[in-house]
Write a new protein. Structure first.
Length: 159
């Protein structure tokens, strides 16, 4: 991977991290206040749902840190090592946790509370499917990393 691509990806990671921090600290708390004010019958959901959103963002931020560390390993030429699997596992866990969290919130809001409009049901289902697909993709990528590590080890024995 070229130096330009690594720098570009790091810049994008910083932008995403800054946006997610803005969401955690300002946007979603303000949105939760507005919804609680506009719909007092749902005000009791303000803190549990805000907590779920902040947790989902926090888990995503953890995945961003893992990606940053993997990029550093690519720069050093050490990505084909056992240490990389730990960070790939963090990304896989983050994807699975976020997908499960979104599914759980959707399952709670839709039939239990009946507080989810149809467009939000579909949007949250799409996020769940995207999270599950991302998690499966990362599992495949982990398998490819494992195969590359085996091939590298075999090649170094031959040389």
């Amino acid at each position: 991977m070229g130096r330009t691509a690594i720098v570009a990806l790091r810049v994008l990671l910083v932008v995403v991290l800054a946006g997610s921090l803005g969401g955690q600290l300002w946007f979603f708390p303000t949105l939760a206040d507005g919804i609680a004010y506009a719909h007092p019958e749902l005000a009791w959901l303000q803190w549990p749902m805000l907590g779920a959103v902040i947790l989902a963002i926090l888990v995503g931020q953890l995945a961003l840190v893992a990606i940053w560390i993997l990029l550093s390993m690519v720069e050093r030429g050490s990505v084909f090592s056992a240490e990389a699997f730990r960070w790939v596992n963090v990304i896989i866990a983050a994807g699975a946790i976020d997908a499960a969290l979104i599914l759980a919130v959707n399952a709670f809001l839709t039939p239990q509370v009946r507080a989810n409009p149809p467009v939000m049901v579909l949007f949250m289902l799409a996020l769940t499917v995207a999270g599950a697909a991302f998690t499966c993709l990362m599992i495949v990528m982990k398998g490819l990393l494992r195969m590359a590590l085996i091939l590298k080890t075999e090649l170094s024995e031959v040389i």
